[in-house]
Design a protein around this ligand. Structure first.
Ligand code: GDP
Ligand code: IMO
Ligand code: MG
Length: 424
């Protein structure tokens, strides 16, 4: 009963969607356990591109059970939009289930996300403005609305009136914004509840039963380790636990179910939103990587910040997630660069070298990356399907990443399509 987790090791957008899509072909169940439509996962199959935000990437296979766990925050309006756009492209969503415990992103969460970012001014986090933080705030404040509530009109109306009244007060009196017409919101969202009702089922039970029956399960990570609320670059993080451990809490399964944990990284680093980025390239090389790699956000379209591969952060991910293997995507994007650099440690102001990612931004702020340099490559590697076919410079680069990160590189991405992968 293999149960694999696929998790992001950097600041997101490592190509998790592609790896899940590949591995889902060998699985029977695909589960999302946390985050919301702040995620944007791209799957490319035969020239057809799918961008998924809430629905697990396994949905493109008609026979896979796709589950959305209790730890997810679900925007019903966006979710229904995603259902409809998949239906228009002939993709069936009949095998999709949502846990009744998952929290609902309400319209006031989205407005409050925008208002609080505006209020922070230059100190904004650079969120996706999808209401993610405010929804998790209500969950932990214990005043959230859950999927179960949404599909039960009387329960929903009562809860929405109570919490909506407080949200209106905050929006108008703290931020000077416009109040919601609560009865209109209740009417609109009750309709969404009717559409969602047939999809609701206990995902913890379904996952447990699948595991007991010996079925192969894939847990699809969203966001990434450096965006984790505790182990990321706080406060420039998301509001959930995108770590491997978050999968158990967010699905309702015990850790002993998990058999294999794969961390996905790019052959370089990117980040959207604000916050520290030690290996960031604010120059022509950074622009080149952005343009060749098409580094523009899947969810918000924002240009992604780009930089060299940082082995300090990936080592951090290997440790906090207990990774069994790495998938290194987008090696092809580095083609044509004379020299490649990898950060192997951070030099502190006192001259000492830090090998572990520091817990606070204050400690990180005085650090400078220490680089190891590698010969670049000019060959087109997008058609390579075995490690031996890769140019020697690529092989050396990957083998050194393996050493530096203290983790086996099990997969190498050489293009966006599901076939453009080297498995070792
Ligand atoms: P996710 O959020 O981790 O699923 O990643 P995104 O889908 O947001 O961003 C990854 C981008 O890289 C997408 O446009 C993918 O199609 C693309 N991609 C994934 N793997 C590769 C690869 O090996 N090479 C290239 N050139 N593109 C890739
Ligand atoms: P996938 O699954 C990249 C970032 C946002 C912002 C911070 C907080 O596609 O890898 P939020 O809206 O979550 O409160 O924003 O987190 N962020 C992501 N960056 N990929 C993602 O998901 C992200 N999800 C959130 O850009 O910096
Ligand atoms: Mg993404």
């Amino acid at each position: 009963m293999p149960a694999n987790i696929v998790i992001g090791t950097q600041w997101g957008d490592e190509g998790k969607g592609k790896i899940i899509d590949i591995l889902a072909s060998r699985a029977e169940v695909v589960v999302r356990s946390q985050g919301g439509n702040n995620a944007g996962h791209t799957v490319v199959n035969n020239g057809e591109t799918y961008k998924l935000h809430l629905i697990p990437s396994g949905i493109l296979y008609p026979d896979k059970l796709c589950l959305i766990g209790a730890g997810v925050v679900l925007d019903p309006k966006d979710f229904i939009g995603e259902l409809n756009s998949l239906a228009e492209r002939g993709v069936s969503t009949s095998n999709l289930k949502i846990d009744p415990r998952a929290h609902v992103v309400m319209p006031w969460h989205i407005v409050l996300d925008g208002l609080s970012e505006e209020f922070r001014g230059n100190s904004d986090i650079g969120t996706t403005k999808r209401g993610i933080g405010p929804t998790y705030m209500d969950k932990y404040e214990r005043c959230g609305i859950r999927i179960y509530d949404l599909i039960n009109p009387e329960v929903f109306a009562e809860k929405a009136r109570a919490t909506g009244k407080l949200k209106n007060k905050i929006i108008t009196e703290v931020y000077g914004g416009n109040a919601f017409d609560l009865e209109e919101v209740i009417k609109e969202y009750t309709e969404y509840g009717k559409i969602l009702a047939p999809y609701v089922a206990d995902v913890s039970v379904l996952t447990y039963e699948a595991s007991k029956a010996g079925k192969t399960i894939m847990f699809e990570g969203a966001q990434a380790t450096l965006l984790d609320i505790d182990f990321g670059t706080y406060p420039y993080v998301t509001s959930s636990h995108p770590l491997s451990a978050g999968v158990c809490v967010g699905t309702g399964v015990g850790p002993k179910v998990i058999t294999n944990i794969i961390g996905v990284a790019k052959a370089y680093t990117t980040r959207v939103g604000k916050g520290p980025f030690p290996t960031e390239l604010d120059d022509e090389t950074g622009d080149k990587i952005r343009n060749v790699g098409g580094e523009f956000g899947t969810t918000t379209g924002r240009p992604r910040r780009t930089g060299w591969f940082d082995a300090v952060i990936v080592r951090h991910s290997v440790r906090v997630n207990g990774l069994d293997g790495l998938a290194i995507n987008k090696l092809d994007t580095l083609c044509g660069l004379d020299t490649l650099k990898v950060c192997v440690g951070y030099k502190m102001p006192d001259g000492n070298i830090l090998e572990n990612f520091p817990p606070t931004l204050e400690e990180l702020s005085g650090c400078l990356p220490v680089y190891e340099e590698f010969e670049g490559f000019n060959e087109d590697i997008t058609g390579c399907r075995s490690f031996e076919e890769l140019p020697e410079a690529c092989q050396k680069y990957i083998l050194r990443l393996e050493e530096l990160c203290d983790c086996k590189v099990a997969m190498i991405g050489v293009g966006p399509d599901r076939t453009q992968i080297i498995e070792r």
